[in-house]
Design a protein around this ligand. Structure first.
Ligand code: 13P
Length: 354
């Protein structure tokens, strides 16, 4: 595979494939383990990540994996670096490089993502360790008053400075401005805020001379808040999301990979599929970079037990396969009941080889 950033960005959105976000911080993964009574140790987190990275045939649907700093330094039970475990299967290793969303001074209820200090050196080290792309997540809250323009511009500027540093170090930046689903706002309000945020982010990327051809955008879908009295239909979400992206994302960007943001796992698949099925032209690949929507069923099935390894892998494989189909607009509900086994290659190829 060609190693230049433009080729890597294109490879990450290869036809029928998307990204597995497995970059939860230790406290976040510990919280998820706690709800299932799984002890969180360096070893159990490593075993979990190895389980996610190794289902047979997973590379048919997963182009890249985003790791956390702890994971990129870990080895499989067989003593192989997890980065190598991925690259041996043709999966591109990626790394989360922000150091988290921190309270924005003077702006109660808002945050700015930190991690720019020393970033150049950290990126260079990660590249030597095998990373080929990176991720930085900005977090935007919606209320009647928020977000403030100070919050949007501070986060857009940090995302753009991160992206420019990544490209300098030969890494593909995934630029993730996440407008949260928390709250009771309408889908219209989400569209308005997402539009403003994307406009600010692409303005900042231009100012910092980021090469759009060598990056990916990881946005939220345009969706009503979790507590909104009138949840939006699948068709409304698809139409509003594509309209917003067509208005604000330049065509030079090779791919848009959504976060799942707390959507129920099947709904995240259904939404992605509906967006890809819309008749409007889509100048970029539209795929997934899901965390919870790919991992939740796998974590539940695995439950921290070695004897459930295959069940966990099958659950991940299944969601990855469904989302791979949705990235082509070829997902059907029938796929949910067709529990194709990872080793059944006839099932595996039935829908995306044409
Ligand atoms: P979710 O899909 O669970 O939102 O996670 C994606 C991600 O990488 C958040 O930064």
């Amino acid at each position: 595979m060609s190693q230049d950033p433009e080729s890597i960005a294109t490879a990450l959105v290869a036809s029928g494939k998307g990204i597995l976000a497995a970059d939860e911080t230790v406290p976040t993964l510990t919280k998820r383990f706690d709800t299932l009574g799984i002890p969180s140790t360096e070893q159990s987190r490593c075993a979990y990540r190895e389980m996610l990275f190794t289902p047979s045939g997973i590379a048919d649907f997963i182009s890249g994996v985003i790791m956390h700093d702890e994971t990129i330094r870990q080895k499989s039970a067989g003593g192989i670096a997890l980065t190598k475990v991925l690259s041996n299967q043709g999966i591109l290793p990626g790394i989360k490089v922000d150091t988290g969303a921190k309270p924005l001074a003077g702006h109660p209820g808002e945050s700015v993502t930190e991690g720019l200090d020393g970033l150049r050196d950290r990126l260079s080290t990660y590249r030597e360790m095998g990373a080929r792309f990176a991720k930085w997540r900005a977090v935007i809250h919606i209320t009647d008053r928020l977000p403030s323009s100070a919050c949007v511009s501070a986060n857009a500027n940090a995302l753009a400075r991160y992206a420019a540093l990544c490209q300098e170090q030969n890494l593909v930046p995934i630029v993730e401005p996440e407008v949260l689903m928390d709250g009771s706002h309408s889908i219209e309000r989400c569209e308005e805020v997402t539009a403003n945020v994307l406009h600010a982010v692409f303005g900042a990327l231009f100012e910092q001379r980021v090469l759009l051809e060598a990056m990916l955008l990881k946005p939220n879908m345009v969706i009503a808040g979790k507590k909104c009295a009138r949840p939006a239909s699948v068709q409304e979400v698809a139409a509003a999301t594509l309209r917003c992206l067509r208005r604000h994302v330049p065509t030079a960007v090779p791919g848009i990979v959504f976060l799942s943001g707390g959507q129920e796992d099947r709904l995240a698949t259904v939404h992605l599929n509906a967006i890809n099925r819309l008749p409007e032209s889509k100048p970029w690949k539209i795929s997934f970079s899901y965390g919870r929507a790919l991992q939740d069923p796998a974590l539940e099935a695995w439950h921290g037990q070695d004897e459930n390894l295959k069940a966990g892998q099958q659950a991940l494989y299944h969601r990855a396969r469904c989302n791979g189909a949705a990235s082509l607009g070829m997902y059907t509900e029938a796929m949910e009941v067709d529990s194709a086994s990872p080793s059944d290659s006839t099932h595996r190829h039935e829908w995306h080889d044409d």
